[in-house]
Design a protein around this ligand. Structure first.
Ligand code: BTN
Length: 274
């Protein structure tokens, strides 16, 4: 029987990492959505580096208004940060959060890559989704950012039902080691804090993002406002925006927002740019 997420064990593991990456941990057996709780706490003045965590979520939320299946056996956490930067820099933390989770997951598995903006994949299947929600302050700086991370840890893809079983995976399915879920949780927070503290000098974070990108050099479909288009991904810039080339060889940048991206699988799935 694998270990359960446990408030005291999380705190002990964080202490072991010797970092002040958590100011307060708010822990639930079950809640609707840790992001919703974290946003409420942030509005009420919760300090920088507050963590909200749950063993299960009854209404987990994903990007683009989707739901996020959150049964026990995964990690569901929200990290409240209050960076001193312009609101437009918020995409950086979105991309950086994926680097943080990737680093933590790599201590258990190989072949861990990032799919823009911030999904983490193992062997081509999604193991983690991240939902960052930012709120501006009065001067158009960042009031707070809630970085919500959901990781499939135990169990198998089949547990996610017919619709998802071909596209998701879990750490357990890909790891040869025994998984300590409380240790993994602490590592994720430790890495998120590391990325947060490097916001002023993001070069090395973005280079890791690029080196571990699932999409750079690939043909993908981007969908925005109901319109889908095949493009080739050229790069990810310093701000975390995607640099793409369209079928007319025109380059442009795409920032987060309401954009979804699907990697073209078959030859006929894309246009012929190379
Ligand atoms: C996605 O894949 O679209 C993003 C999923 C983000 C899920 C996490 S789980 C913890 C936090 N609370 C939520 O309701 N969502 C995020």
């Amino acid at each position: 029987m694998p270990d359960r997420l446990d408030e005291n064990k999380i705190l002990k593991n964080i202490e072991k990492l010797g970092s002040k990456c958590v100011s307060r941990l708010v822990f639930f057996d079950e809640t609707e959505s840790t992001n919703s709780v974290a946003k409420r706490l942030a509005r009420e003045g919760a300090p920088d580096c507050t963590v909200v965590a749950a063993r299960r979520q009854s209404a987990g939320r994903g990007r683009l208004g989707r739901s996020f299946l959150s049964e026990e056996g995964g990690i569901y956490l929200s990290y409240i940060i209050r960076p001193d930067c312009e609101f437009s820099s918020a995409l950086k933390i979105t991309a950086g959060a994926a680097v943080a989770v990737m680093r933590a997951v790599k201590s258990y598995c190989d072949n861990v890559l990032i799919k823009w903006v911030n999904d983490v994949y193992i062997n081509g299947k999604k193991v983690c989704g991240i939902l960052s929600e930012a709120s501006p302050d009065a001067e158009n700086g960042v009031g707070f950012i809630v970085v919500g991370v959901g990781v499939n840890v135990f169990g198998s893809a089949k547990d996610f039902g017919d619709e998802l079983s071909d596209i998701v995976t879990t750490i357990e399915e890909n790891s040869k080691k025994d998984i300590d879920i409380n240790e993994l949780f602490a590592k994720i927070i430790f890495e998120l804090n590391g990325v947060y503290k490097s916001l002023g000098n993001f070069k090395s974070v973005i280079s890791q993002y690029r080196e571990n990108s699932l999409v750079i050099g690939k043909k993908v479909y981007i969908t925005e406002g109901g319109k889908s288009e095949a493009v080739k991904v050229i790069d990810v810039d310093e701000s975390g925006a995607l640099v793409v080339c369209d079928e007319f060889s025109k380059m442009r940048k795409i920032s987060g927002g309401e954009v979804s991206l699907r990697v073209a699988k078959r030859k006929r799935d894309g246009f012929s740019a190379n």
